[in-house]
Design a binder for this molecule. Structure first.
Ligand code: FES
Length: 101
């Protein structure tokens, strides 16, 4: 691999919440991570504030490419509610209204 290509992989951040680079992911796969769950445990991918909504689809494609599979064979995790980050005040207000009624 050319020096420029190696440098690009070091600088390409895939999971910006956990600051995981393309190089980190490819190295983990080469070291034996063969599933999304293994990559999540090793690199904390998908455990940041966005809960993987940004990075997981990209990581699935990288994993599929490296393993010679289709992304559908890797699979995507199911996202749990809330689907978008909510301010905690909403929950406090709902609890207050519950007590008032
Ligand atoms: S970008 Fe990976 S958890 Fe947010």
């Amino acid at each position: 691999m050319e020096k420029d290509e190696v440098e690009k992989r070091k600088l390409t951040i895939v999971c910006r919440c956990e600051e995981v680079t393309l190089e980190d992911i490819e190295k983990a796969i080469e070291d034996g991570c063969t599933s999304l769950e293994m990559l999540r445990k090793k690199l904390r991918i998908g455990m940041g504030p966005c809960q993987g909504r940004t990075c997981i689809p990209i990581v699935v494609r990288i994993l599929a490419r490296k393993l010679g599979k289709h992304p559908d064979e890797i699979g995507y995790p199911k996202f749990r509610a809330p689907l978008v980050p909510l301010p905690i005040k909403l929950f406090e207000k709902a609890k207050e209204e519950e007590h008032e009624s």
